[in-house]
Design a protein around this ligand. Sequence first.
Ligand code: GLA
Length: 381
Amino acid sequence: MCMRMLSSLFALCAFAACSPAAETALAPTPPMGWNSWNHFACKVTAADVRGAANAIASNGMKEAGYVYVNVDDCWQGSRDEQGRIQPNKNFGDMKALADYVHSKGLKFGIYSSPGPETCAGFTGSYQHEEQDAQTYAEWGVDYLKYDWCSASQVYPVSQIREVYKKMHDALEKTRRPIVFSLCQYGWDLVWRWGKDVGGNLWRTTGDIQDRYESMANIGFGQAGLEAFAGPGHWNDPDMLEIGNGGMRHDEYITHMTLWCLLAAPLLAGNDLTRVTPEDQAILLNKEAIAVDQDPKGAQGHRVSAEGPLEVWAKPLSDGSVVVGLFSRAGTFPVKVSFKDIGFTGSVHVRDLWAHKDLGMAENEFTAQVPRHGAVMIRVWK
Ligand code: GLA
């Protein structure tokens, strides 16, 4: 009986606005890839996007799980006589660009706004939602970031849920699987309803900047939101700044450690054609990525905070727990007590940045954490 019920559920899902199952299938683990905004902003061109796709396909990122190549704002031109959105001269042919990205075994993402204009003043989807969704599907789009921006000029914020649902339904009507990324800066406690309007991820904060304070305020500020993330629907503390040059090595280590513990989407935001081996190694740390992508889909939580010294933990599907030890101040010893993460007696400890087993430990583990830095360990019985 269960099997029959299950198969009719899947049949339904193929045709209708359905289901948690369909949404989970779109983003079973947090989406990974690249987005043009943090580095290129409005200077982005199709050539930059092709460059990013080439880099991902050849530098180990694709194998590590980075698959979405996402154009952010500033690709849009005007609408033609039928109202169909046209790319601007920096992009030319979006279908050709999507085909190119797909030819590399990657997926293609795009950006719009429910308002008349995007945040950078380009044409938004207002009153063209179904038409745009259809156009994206024809181009071969696999991911849409939908950014509130000027929507405040045409909708009261009280309608924000319906506005997002409208685009979700339009995407669903195309029958093409398209990841739906809500971007409205965490307004109206989006984590409480983002999933109900079909969001696969939703921004929980304003824009990240390539500075430690910005990244740390956003990342550590996610405490308490862990109840709202899980397979198919993720909190999004914004894209990565690793490799953009505004933070020191230890600060980028904190960025990656924290985002992986948070089960955050990992969207690199740097110029992938010019990346130092040091930054590349951070983005490519497979042990860290495995924490982010763990199939249990639990978002890590804050275990303790002694002023600026924080301890976070994320349970993994194999029963182990990954712990981040952070110093938001100077260099200090930071300690985790194993009872606080559900272990008694002696446990195995592995350092996920040094890629080294540290042997067995009893009761607690302490590491010297550099200023603004992080240590990430996996603990298991
Ligand atoms: C907003 C978003 C950013 C980016 C820009 C583009 O600020 O939050 O992530 O998409 O718009 O204009």
